[in-house]
Design a protein around this ligand. Structure first.
Ligand SMILES: [Zn+2]
Length: 191
């Protein structure tokens, strides 16, 4: 009795009806893919790889989202601590002291300039203030960039004797207690 050859089970694609190895030439390869991955992975190793990659992406996404949520809940105290640590440095920068600093600077021996810094902190437009100061003291005044790149007003001549009164009268938001002079490198309250 001759051995019967094992019948070859030809499996046809459930989607397009072609033998699986022909699916990629068929009209609905995209639709075939899921079936092929399930039933003929050996024929299309690339499909399987792609599917695995997708799975890996999904897993990565999930890991990422759980990582975020755990940071939200469990890591909150840690985050707070960091925030507190950061505050002192940030605070100084943010809450710049609102004060006007007036300094008499002598340049080229005889040329005296009175610098006014900080008016902008009180909402004063420096170009406007410069004009007013120049007019009031009948001198030249201009907005210039100071040593720290911050704008200040340079007024020609020594006007420190009555600039405080002028400032407080012209810009009532600037209190006399917020005005300081720099004298011999020291900050001296004007009030
Ligand atoms: Zn097919």
């Amino acid at each position: 009795m001759a051995e019967k050859p094992q019948p070859v089970v030809v499996q046809y694609c459930q989607v397009c009806g072609l033998p699986p190895e022909y699916c990629e030439f068929g009209p609905e390869f995209e639709k075939c893919k899921p079936w092929l991955i399930q039933n003929a992975p050996d024929l299309y190793p690339d499909l399987l790889k792609a599917a695995n990659a997708n799975e890996a992406d999904k897993v990565a996404d999930q890991l990422q989202s759980t990582g975020i949520s755990s940071a939200d809940s469990g890591g909150s105290s840690e985050a707070k601590q960091e925030e507190v640590k950061r505050l002192p440095g940030g605070k100084i920068k943010k809450k710049e002291k609102k004060e006007v600093i007036i300094e008499k600077v002598v340049r080229n021996k005889r040329k005296c300039i009175t610098t006014v810094k900080g008016l902008e902190l009180f909402g004063v437009k420096l170009s406007d203030a410069s004009k007013k100061l120049g007019k009031k003291f009948a001198t030249g005044a201009s907005v210039v960039k100071g040593p720290t790149d911050k704008e200040q007003i340079d007024v020609q001549g020594d006007i420190s004797y009555d600039i405080v009164e002028f400032i407080t009268e012209t810009w009532p938001d600037v209190l006399e207690t917020s005005i300081f002079f720099i004298e011999d490198g020291k900050k001296v309250p004007a009030a």
